[in-house]
Design a protein around this ligand. Sequence first.
Ligand code: PEP
Length: 249
Amino acid sequence: MRQTLVAGNWKLNGSLDSIKQLVSGILAGIGDTGDTAVAVCPPFVYIPLVSELLQGSKVALGSQDVSDQDSGAFTGEVSGPMLKEFGCRYAIVGHSERRALYAEDDEFTARKFAAARRAGLTPILCVGETLEEREQGITEDVVARQLDAVIELEGIGAIGDAVIAYEPVWAIGTGKTASPQQAQDVHAFIRGKLAGLDGGVAEKVQILYGGSVKGSNAAELFAMEDIDGGLIGGASLVADDFLAICRAG
Ligand code: PEP
């Protein structure tokens, strides 16, 4: 039985004040989220603050990205060991905004996945198709290619220790959610593909859905057989909305 995980991706949002308020709102209601595992991924600069605020709670900390390098002359980068030192458990890699806006391709994403693992972080590997790719009927090809880049570099075993987030690009921040069946179809494809390589890994890996998840649609998405929780953008910025999603888990 896989545990449900709900992870909030705060993206480039927040200030000292708003983040303190958001964390205190989440902590005030976290007690009634049952067995659902919960994580938040603040912007890098707020990680030390949030790490301190979350001490002693069940809410885990993650980063929104990680350098493919561990140290050295790489201006502007933040490495896995640095994130680990500040209490991060997870690192998102290959978010569609990184892929589209910062030209991070499959191979680069795979190197970030490897860097996260080297540091003892659990990568949350984002995969998903654009609207154009869905309309062309190549959703599975795209997702398979994104997964293969990581499997080729790190091996299938590495996927078992990671989290996958299926995030159709057309559903991110658009208010358009994949229907539970549309999401389940891709999740089942992912698990089936992994099962072809290693049944144990396929059974174990958490596959989250991301794309306009809200309190009102989370329960029906999370009820699907191969959906093990959610990666949440916009709705993770309001404590009550985020908690409603966590409770749906
Ligand atoms: C995301 O960016 O990972 C995401 C799922 O965003 P939203 O929930 O706002 O669609």
